[in-house]
Design a binder for this molecule. Structure first.
Ligand SMILES: [Zn+2]
Length: 499
């Protein structure tokens, strides 16, 4: 199974400088490629005479921008002919063209040659991914700034020895070996348990076992407190479990995600929400540190230092949340069940701002409840449901369990006794049906409703089918990459209680 291992890097000063320069350079390359594609797209609509959109002057085919830039190079692949003698996928994508034009770009910009060529290629592929997301209905690729472009990826030439990692064109770099890396085919090679092998490995006796293709990718990322490396490894000690087929699903657990309690399970368990960034103490600290920044002179060194402190606090909060979510996800998935039923939430829709209200006569803005909604929005973001769902999906895929997503509509308003749906059925945590008087804990009831809906879907008599994740392959790659990252275990136990 593909797994991610994250380590903190210990670059020396030269390496630190080098990789920070790389990030800046790759960011400008990314933005250049994006701009290139946008211009190229616009040029295609220019009919008649050749023209350069940038300076709006007429151009001849030789001097025209179209024939010069990378994205509009030769649009056809060199004849790869398949069995029937036809050209196989002859058209080159914008990504292909930009990748093949990289050597030319390196000549034009000599400072690019200081970086590894696969890193530059991966950078173009990153833009490809952004475009693919766009074609699937998400937003148009953005130009990146310093805050949202902090990483780059190697796909070849990574070597590991003890607590040192070799990054091409950077050299050997130390890292905190906080977790031993599973070795390739540890069981089949030695016929022993990996623990024995890992003991050997930790002594770095057999580093040569990290053969080509074993480490699939290696992403280097800058965070507030330094550099991290995330290794994507094909871990043979974790087999690709076969998911249960839907016919075999008998026991299903329903999860209702909330804010006062993070998760309500259909078997009556409740999982506490520690509110990592919205509890009173953290909120106060954040406020004080943020205020300190805003009172300092813009562009001053002291302001940068204080801003860094705010960043570190944010990172700490996020680490805590990640660690807790892993524990919660384990707690849910490791139950004696075949499937987990989750709500199919549209979280970005829930975080949307209130519509603007304007007085018709005067054109003044009226109160629209946004200031009230702001607090709720923060609580929703703080709970991090989306991330939690990804982790549950990942762990479920690892254990061969099924995740069923159901439509959560009216799940906490519907009476489980008579099916009556009414807003007034619910009063805070209590649920009392106005029709038949049935009463129970509202959120646990909702979890049970979600479980029942999932069971209905399993038996195939649902009107609205949701999404089902049947095996590890179908879990989105995003969940895999997200899940392995930055899980920093804290030793606080998950508080669970019976209601
Ligand atoms: Zn009822």
């Amino acid at each position: 199974m593909l797994t991610n291992y994250v380590y903190k890097l210990r670059p020396n000063q030269t390496q630190d400088l080098k990789i920070s320069n790389w990030v800046d350079m790759l960011r400008s390359h990314y933005n250049w490629c994006l701009n290139d594609r946008i211009i190229q797209y616009n040029q295609q609509f220019v009919q008649g005479d050749y023209s350069d959109l940038r300076n709006q002057v007429e151009a001849c085919p030789l001097t025209c921008f179209v024939s010069k830039n990378g994205a509009t190079g030769n649009p056809w692949k060199d004849g790869k002919v398949d069995f029937e003698g036809k050209l196989k996928n002859p058209r080159r994508t914008a990504g292909d063209i930009q990748i093949t034009s990289l050597p030319k770009l390196k000549i034009a910009r000599p400072w690019y040659s200081g970086s590894d060529s696969t890193v530059l290629q991966q950078n173009v592929k990153r833009l490809d991914t952004a475009y693919r997301n766009f074609f699937e209905g998400r937003g148009f690729p953005q130009f990146k700034n310093r805050s949202n472009f902090t990483s780059f990826t190697f796909v070849m030439g990574i070597k590991i020895q003890g607590n040192k990692i070799y990054l091409p064109k950077v050299g050997w770099m130390r890292f905190y070996n906080s977790r031993s890396i599973p070795a390739k085919d540890s069981r089949t090679l030695l016929g022993r348990e990996p623990s024995w092998f890992q003991w050997l490995y930790n002594l770095s006796v057999i580093p040569h076992l990290f053969e080509k293709g074993y480490i699939k990718a290696c992403a280097v990322r800058k965070r507030q407190n330094g550099w991290y490396v995330s290794l994507r490894i094909e871990d043979k000690s974790v087999p690709d479990y076969k998911a249960k087929s839907l016919q075999d699903v008998v026991k299903v657990i329903g999860c209702d995600l909330g804010i006062t309690k993070l998760v309500h399970l259909s078997d009556g368990y409740q999982i506490e929400n520690p509110k990592f960034s919205t509890n009173k103490k953290v909120k106060r600290t954040l406020k004080i540190r943020q205020r300190r920044v805003s009172r300092q002179v813009k562009g001053s060194k002291n302001r940068k230092k204080t801003a860094k402190k705010v960043g570190l606090l944010h990172q700490k909060i996020s680490n805590r949340r990640q660690a807790y979510q892993w524990k919660v996800a384990h707690k849910i998935v490791e139950r004696n069940i075949d499937a987990i039923a989750l709500e199919d939430l549209h979280i970005s829709g829930m975080l949307r701002r209130c519509r603007v209200k304007i007085e018709e006569k005067t054109g003044r803005f009226l109160k629209n409840g946004q200031s009230r909604k702001k607090g709720l929005n923060r609580s929703i973001s703080d709970a991090g449901w989306g991330e939690l769902i990804l982790k549950i999906e990942y762990l479920a895929a690892k254990q061969g369990k099924v995740v069923i997503k159901v439509n959560p509509k009216h799940s906490s308003q519907e009476c489980r006794n008579c099916g009556h749906i009414d807003k007034s059925n619910r009063d805070g945590e209590k649920f009392i049906c106005v029709e038949c008087g049935y009463h129970e804990h509202a959120d646990i009831g909702a979890a049970k409703t979600i479980r029942d809906r999932a069971l209905k879907m399993v038996r195939g008599d649902s009107a609205k089918p949701g999404t089902m994740y049947l095996d590890a392959q179908k879990v989105s790659p995003r969940s895999k990459s997200k899940c392995g990252e930055f899980g920093n275990p804290s030793h606080r136990d998950i508080k669970t209680e019976m209601s």
